[in-house]
Design a protein. Structure first.
Length: 441
C-alpha cells in the first residue's frame, strides 16, 4: 500500500508546454477573436480562452471536458492554443507581454487554473474582479509588475500545512507590496470520473499543500500521491484523461468545472483548514498616523550568539505582538558542506548579488551587501501587529532594515505617543544590533 508523496512530471507541464516553446505556440490563438470585446486588453493573451462563460455554474461542463480530451491526444504542447475555449489559460512568466493595464475592472492574478482555491481567494479579496490564472507564482508576481494585472492574491500559509515558502522567497525577489490579506476556509473533496468508486482508486493527484492537508484520510484510503501545480489542475487532468484509477483532491467548484463526481467531501484532516492569502500590489498602502497597521519586516543578521533573540527583544520590549516568524535560507549565502568542519563557527564567504535585482525596494540590495559574516538566513517577522506603528518608524525600517510590507488597520492613538514610541523602538533597535546592519540606500 503506497502512501508516499512523489513529485511526478507535473500535468501542468503536459498541459501548458515547455517554457518559451509554449509562448511561441500561443501566438496563433491571438488571432482568433473569441475573447469578449469588453476585455480587449487581454485579447492577446486569452484570445482562444474566454467565451464570457467564466461564471458558468458548471451544469454543462461534463460535455465540455470530455469533448476537449481529444485535443490533448495529438500534441500535448498544442494544448496551449487549443485549450478550453471556456477557460482562460494560465499565464506563464515567459508569456507576459509588456502591455500596460487599463480599464475599470480590477484584474487579479492567481496561481492555478479555474477552480483553484486561489481563484476563490482572489474573488473574496476583490469581489467582482477579473481573476486571471497564472501557471506559477512567479508569473503572478510578474503580471503585476508588468502591469498586465492590477493585483495578485497568493497563498502564504495554511493552518494545517504551514508556510508556503516559495512565496516568502518571491516576496524578496520582487518589488510588490502586501496591501492586505484574505483567509479562505479550504474544504477539500475527493474527486473522480463518473462511475469510478473509491475502491477503484490507486492514486490521487493534487497540490502538495492539499495532499498534506489530507494526509490522514489519504493514508487510510491507501492511495499513493502525486503532486500537481494546483488542485484544480489535478481535477482537470483526471477529467481530460478519463482516468479510472486516479482521483483528485480539489474543490467542489473544480468538480463542477471539469465534470467530476464528488466521492467524498471534507477530506482534510481538520475541519478548521484555513489558508491565508496575501493581496499584492505595485504600490504600498501609505500608512496614516491615525490608525495602526499590520506589518511584515524582513531582515538578516550577522552570525553570533543570540542575535535573533536580541533582534526580537526589540519588539518584546516595546510590547509589540509578533504572531509569526519565518526564517529562510539566504540564497546568496547558502550553507556549505565544508561548514561542518569548522565546529559551528561562523560561516565565512562573500555574498554575491546574483539573485536580487539592484532596483528592488531596498531589501535585496541590503541582503546582498558585502558583510562577511552572516547567519545564512533571512528572517521574516510576519503578522506583526503593531499598535501605534508610526510613519517615521516605517520609513526608518524601510531604509535600514528592509521593507515593511503588510499593513492593516487596528486602532487609533495620538501622534505624540507614536513618535515617542518610535524613537524608543529605534533606539532599542540600535542597541540590540539592528543598527549595525548595512543601510540599504
Ligand atoms: O491548488 C490550489 O487550488 C491553490 O489555490 C493553492 C493552495 C496552496 O498553495 O496552498 C491554496 C490553498 C490550499 O491550501 C491548497 C493549495
Amino acid at each position: 500500500m503506497a502512501t508516499a508523496t512523489s513529485n511526478i512530471r507535473s500535468p501542468s507541464i503536459i498541459l501548458f508546454g515547455k517554457g518559451t516553446v509554449s509562448y511561441q505556440r500561443t501566438a496563433a490563438p491571438f488571432q482568433i477573436p473569441q475573447f469578449p470585446l469588453n476585455r480587449p486588453r487581454f485579447s492577446a493573451l486569452f484570445a482562444s480562452l474566454h467565451d464570457g462563460n467564466n461564471n458558468d455554474d458548471g451544469g454543462n461542463k461534463v460535455t465540455k471536458a470530455v469533448g476537449l480530451e481529444e485535443l490533448f491526444e495529438d500534441s500535448p504542447y498544442d494544448v496551449v492554443s487549443k485549450d478550453s475555449p471556456f477557460h482562460p489559460r494560465p499565464l506563464s512568466s515567459t508569456q507576459l507581454p509588456n502591455s500596460v493595464s487599463a480599464g475599470s475592472r480590477l484584474r487579479v492574478a492567481y496561481q492555478g487554473v479555474r477552480g483553484a482555491y486561489s481563484e476563490a481567494a482572489a474573488e473574496k479579496a476583490y469581489p467582482n474582479c477579473e481573476a486571471v490564472p497564472c501557471d506559477q507564482f512567479d508569473a503572478a508576481f510578474e503580471a503585476v509588475e508588468k502591469w498586465i494585472v492590477d493585483r495578485a492574491v497568493l497563498p502564504i500559509e495554511n493552518s494545517l500545512g504551514g508556510s508556503i515558502h516559495r512565496n516568502y522567497d518571491l516576496l524578496l525577489r520582487h518589488s510588490l507590496h502586501i496591501v492586505g490579506e484574505v483567509k479562505l476556509a479550504v474544504r477539500h473533496c475527493l474527486l473522480a470520473n463518473h462511475g469510478v468508486r473509491v475502491e477503484d482508486l490507486q492514486r490521487v493527484l493534487s497540490h502538495p499543500q492539499a495532499l498534506a492537508q489530507c494526509e490522514n484520510t489519504l493514508t487510510k484510503l491507501g492511495l499513493s500521491r502525486e503532486a500537481t501545480d494546483d488542485t484544480a489542475l489535478a481535477a482537470k487532468y483526471v477529467a481530460f484523461n478519463k482516468l479510472k484509477d486516479t482521483g483528485a483532491v480539489a474543490s467542489s467548484s473544480a468538480a463542477k468545472i471539469y465534470g467530476l463526481n464528488i466521492l467524498a467531501e471534507d477530506v482534510q484532516d481538520d475541519c478548521d483548514n484555513v489558508t491565508r492569502f496575501l493581496m499584492l500590489a505595485r504600490e504600498p498602502i501609505i500608512p496614516g498616523v491615525e490608525k495602526p497597521f499590520k506589518t511584515s519586516i524582513v531582515f538578516s543578521l550577522e552570525e553570533g550568539p543570540g542575535v535573533l533573540f536580541k533582534a526580537l527583544a526589540v519588539f518584546a520590549l516595546r510590547q509589540i505582538n509578533l504572531t509569526k516568524i519565518e526564517s529562510r535560507p539566504l540564497r546568496n549565502q547558502p550553507l556549505r558542506a565544508s561548514d561542518d568542519s569548522n565546529n559551528g563557527s561562523n560561516i565565512h564567504g562573500r555574498r554575491e548579488s546574483t539573485e536580487c535585482p539592484k532596483t528592488s525596494k531596498g531589501v535585496c540590495h541590503f541582503l546582498a551587501s558585502s558583510r562577511e559574516l552572516s547567519s545564512g538566513y533571512y528572517h521574516v517577522v510576519n503578522n506583526l501587529w503593531i499598535m501605534n506603528f508610526p510613519n517615521i518608524l516605517l520609513t526608518i525600517l524601510h531604509r535600514r532594515w528592509s521593507y515593511c510590507v503588510e499593513r492593516k488597520v487596528l486602532s487609533v492613538d495620538s501622534q505624540a505617543n507614536q513618535k515617542a514610541h518610535c524613537t524608543a523602538l529605534w533606539r532599542d533597535a540600535d542597541k540590540y544590533g539592528f543598527g549595525s546592519m548595512t543601510p540599504c540606500n
